[in-house]
Design a protein. Structure first.
Length: 116
């Protein structure tokens, strides 16, 4: 199983980024997927989740209305569209299989830094 996250970077407050996670090694079409993040000195936390069929999503309160999780079955990829970014969104972002859970070993993650 492998997760390759990309799309992070440095962005000003109020800006947007779109993260991608290419997954392999398991049946993507049958797996719910989740995004997590880990800020310096803090524990890794769930950010958003999407069901295997894509019809059910879940977000933590701090990102509701700003972030959108989606998936592309043909590319075995899950996305996280992040708008109206805030400095407190600064973290390394990871994806994993599972709904509000992480079933496999973590990938490298992608760094998101929100700063002026």
């Amino acid at each position: 199983v492998q997760f390759v996250e990309s799309g992070g970077g440095l962005v000003q407050p109020g800006g947007s980024l779109r993260l991608s996670c290419a997954a392999s090694g398991f049946t993507f079409t049958r797996a719910a997927m989740s995004w997590f993040r880990q800020a310096p000195g803090k524990e890794r936390e769930l950010v958003a989740a999407i069901s295997s069929a894509g019809g059910i999503t879940n977000y933590i309160d701090s990102v509701k209305g700003r972030f959108t999780i989606s998936r592309a079955y043909a590319q075995n990829t899950v996305y996280l569209q992040m708008n109206s970014l805030k400095p407190e969104d600064t973290a390394v972002y990871f994806c994993n299989a599972g709904f509000n859970a992480a079933l496999y070993t973590w990938g490298q993650g992608t760094q998101v830094t929100v700063s002026s």
